[in-house]
Design a protein around this ligand. Structure first.
Ligand code: UDP
Length: 339
């Protein structure tokens, strides 16, 4: 069947791209978002938005019934690693406790398909590359732990109840919708490509490279950057997998190829034709030297073909979005105050 998909956190960065991917394929979507970090303006015209808390079971039961929900895609959550170290219990509440309520509401309502935003942070500091899904999970911060606990709740619930799930472990998500309909908005950016885009557009004086003495080819950290629209498409592929009766899966989401911080910054300079003010700073605590996804499993499990898998496309789309944010005040500001 092709019942309506509930997208939690659908007004946020990755969730809004999933909404676009679903709607572009004619799928019925309802968004549940508290608009704490998401924006109504990230949603395409005509998207149904339920403004509320993803841990509110009464609201969930009502929303499931009212809209004929058949699958939940769960994006809502807190995502800033250093913040999770300072406020661990906020992360366990937002990411773990509220996911428990959501999964329980699904089980009670007989919703049998669940797609979860997990993270490569569940692996911590892996010793070998590429990182396949059998790599032991050893998160090194509360963010990673809070997501891993949700994976465990899904695993155990799927064993006990008629529930199947796909947990996607995201590597480094970046870029913006190629048509300019959504992108990353957060002012307090921590991610490299967003910060580079803010710097090259003059919103920051300079960018700091967090360490150039790692045991990597050029001394800076290597990451597997994935275009947010390809990641959104992977969710649609996971949906088709579950709708076709596919088994529960935990899958890495990346391209299986890494770029160093210096390579990323060089691409920003190439795409803009401008020098990027930067300096070498100290290492950032908790940064593994290299994270590259093993992608054999997702490749053989999902019918997913990345369409934007090159660094130039990722960087160019992130820059185009940043320019747009600077020009168009309305995409920055919430369109109306939240309740
Ligand atoms: N990074 C950096 N300067 C910045 C932000 C990030 O050198 O201002 C580096 C960071 O140390 C890491 C890589 O860029 O090696 C990717 O970091 P990001 O925060 O984007 O993602 P993470 O891999 O931590 O999830």
């Amino acid at each position: 069947d092709s019942a309506t998909v509930l997208v939690t956190g659908g007004a946020g960065y990755i969730g809004s791209h999933a909404v676009l991917a679903l709607r572009d394929r004619g799928r019925a979507v309802v968004v549940l978002d508290d608009l704490s970090t998401g924006r109504r303006s990230a949603l395409p015209e005509g998207t149904v938005l339920v403004e509320g808390d993803v841990g509110d079971k009464a609201l969930l039961a009502d929303t499931f019934a009212r809209h004929g929900i058949g699958t939940v895609m769960h994006f809502a959550g807190s995502i800033v690693v250093p913040d999770s170290v300072e406020r661990p219990l906020a992360y366990y509440r937002n990411n773990t406790v509220k996911s428990q309520a959501l999964i329980e509401a699904c089980v009670e309502a007989g919703i049998g398909r669940f797609i979860f935003s997990s993270t490569a942070a569940v692996y911590g500091m892996p010793e070998r590359l590429p990182i396949d899904e059998r790599t032991p999970t050893k998160p090194i911060n509360p963010y990673g732990s809070s997501k891993l606990m949700t994976e465990w709740m899904l695993r155990d619930s799927a064993a006990a109840h008629p529930l199947r799930y796909v947990a996607l472990r995201y590597f480094n998500v970046a870029g913006a919708d190629p048509q300019g309909r959504s992108g990353q908005v957060s002012k307090v950016a921590t991610h490299l490509i967003k910060i580079a885009a803010q710097t090259v557009t003059g919103q920051r004086a300079e960018l700091q490279i967090f360490g150039d003495d790692y045991d990597t080819p050029d001394g800076t950290c290597v990451r597997d950057y994935i275009h947010v629209s390809d990641l959104a498409d992977a969710h649609v592929a996971a949906l088709r997998h579950l709708e076709a009766g596919g088994a529960s899966e935990v899958l890495n989401c990346g391209y299986g190829r890494g770029y160093s911080v210096r390579e990323v910054l060089a691409m920003v300079e190439r795409v803009t034709g401008k020098p990027l003010p930067m300096r070498i700073g100290p290492r950032r605590a908790g940064d593994p030297p290299a994270l590259v996804a093993g992608v054999e499993r997702i490749g053989r499990t999902l019918d997913w073909t990345p369409r934007h898998a090159d660094l130039e496309t990722i960087v160019a789309s992130a820059l185009a979005w940043e320019e747009r944010l600077l020009k168009d005040h309305s995409v920055r500001q919430p369109s109306s105050p939240s309740r």
